[in-house]
Design a protein around this ligand. Structure first.
Ligand SMILES: [Zn+2]
Ligand SMILES: [Zn+2]
Length: 97
């Protein structure tokens, strides 16, 4: 999580997040409903658009998923979905190393 975002950027992000979650709350990581955050499909660090709704998708945030308990946004981090999706689909519950 970046801590250097300006308040304006934070406000704009919240507006876009509300838009994304109004359209769908199905998490891109685990596929369960109840997402409370939006995450960049292509991370900004990898060249993804920061404020393009087309690059944002619903994901479970700090509260985690109420269905499977995963912290999906934590699991994804700054990786591409294709790099982390297998963690979710191949391992039922990843408890750590
Ligand atoms: Zn999830
Ligand atoms: Zn889930």
């Amino acid at each position: 999580m970046a801590t250097d975002r300006s308040e304006l950027a934070e406000y704009e992000y919240r507006k876009i997040r509300a838009q994304i979650l109004a359209a769908s709350d199905i998490c891109i990581m685990c596929g369960h409903p109840g997402s409370d955050a939006a995450d960049h499909v292509i991370p900004v660090k990898r060249g993804g658009a920061r404020k393009d709704p087309g690059n944002l998708a619903p994901i479970h945030g700090v509260e985690g998923c109420p269905t499977c308990g995963r912290k999906c946004n934590n699991d994804k981090g700054d990786k591409l979905l294709s790099e982390v999706k297998h963690l979710v689909t191949s391992v039922d519950w990843y408890a750590g190393p």
